[in-house]
Ligand binder design. Structure first.
Ligand SMILES: NC(=O)c1ccc[n+]([C@@H]2O[C@H](COP(=O)([O-])OP(=O)(O)OC[C@H]3O[C@@H](n4cnc5c(N)ncnc54)[C@H](OP(=O)(O)O)[C@@H]3O)[C@@H](O)[C@H]2O)c1
Length: 271
């Protein structure tokens, strides 16, 4: 029987999830549909109580507010406090899995690495969780609102013995050369593509953006210009979707898919 899936959010018009999932169904001959549904906060209650979908991806601003409508949470979603994937009344977080898969796809070894996170919102929290699972050496959090950076630090310290500190923007230029720097802010995202996180990029740093529109932010272009390794949010986006499909279909969809074909389809949709 045909299965039906959707991504919900507000706004949602920009979402590339339908293109991603429809391409998965096409490649694997799966009989399923995937749509985007605009759900403003006032409609979440009614939607969650009445929908008959086989699986849901959840995006901004519902990743936390969806939790009271679920019967249970997967351990990582419980710890991160955010859900981006729902199946049979259970909430999961595949953002952190997406990040870890993207690092693997790009041959980035996280174990023992010194990492800097720009931002302290939902994406930053999921990525800090992923970094802890991968046993990095240290995590530094840089955020506009100091209190939020401090909150994230305290949360991370409760999860492991990994060294976590907060860092002021002005110390960014004193970082050692081999840091992994992950942008978890919307700085550089379409339509404000000229904005860039302000610090000097050093040789041997690895720059990771969570932004995938544009595919390559001005910051990543600047990094490439300096000869450093750069990774776009595109791989993380694709991987979080594949991890959701793994949950919905109960099999390793992510290992059966031709990634290059998915990327081609998605790239044609980007600005
Ligand atoms: N590739 C993927 O699969 C994927 C998945 C999830 C998210 N993302 C991306 O991750 C980014 C963050 O999303 P989120 O869900 O974490 O959002 P969020 O919870 O709203 O957090 C946004 C963070 O960015 C900071 N920020 C916002 N505007 C800023 C500015 N003008 N200057 C400096 N800092 C600023 C905020 O700082 P304050 O604390 O000071 O407000 C906050 O720390 C977005 O670009 C999103 O597209 C990508």
């Amino acid at each position: 029987m045909m299965k039906n899936f959707a991504v919900i959010g507000d706004p949602i018009a920009h979402s590339l999830s339908p293109v991603l999932h429809q391409e998965i169904y096409r490649q694997l001959g799966i009989d399923a549909s995937f749509e985007k549904i605009h759900i403003p906060p006032k409609d979440l209650h009614s939607f969650m109580n009445n929908n008959r979908l086989d699986g849901i991806n959840v995006t901004i601003p519902h990743k936390q507010s969806v939790i009271p409508y679920l019967d249970e949470l997967d351990e990582s979603a419980q710890t991160i406090g955010a859900v981006n994937c729902v199946h049979n009344g259970k909430g999961y977080n595949t953002d952190w899995i997406g990040f870890s898969m993207a690092m693997e796809l790009n041959d980035v070894e996280l174990d023992g690495k010194n990492c800097v996170i720009l931002g302290a919102g939902g994406a930053a929290r999921a990525i800090v969780y992923a970094l802890i699972q991968s046993n990095v050496n240290s995590i530094s959090i840089v955020n506009r609102t100091k209190e939020k950076a401090e909150d994230l630090k305290q949360w991370a310290e409760k999860l492991s013995d990994i060294r976590v500190n907060t860092l002021s923007h002005k110390y960014m230029n004193t970082l050692s050369h081999d840091n992994l720097i992950i942008n978890c802010t919307p700085l550089g995202m379409w339509p404000n593509t000229e904005v860039i996180p302000e610090f000097e990029i050093q040789k041997d740093q690895v720059l990771v953006d969570t932004i995938y529109n544009p595919l390559e932010t001005k910051w990543l272009k600047a990094g490439k210009g300096k000869g450093v390794k750069t990774i776009s949010g595109f791989d993380m986006f694709i991987a979080q979707g594949l991890a959701s499909a793994d949950i919905w279909f109960g099999e390793k969809i992510s290992e059966k898919i031709k990634l290059e074909q998915i990327k081609k389809g998605l790239k044609s949709e980007l600005c």
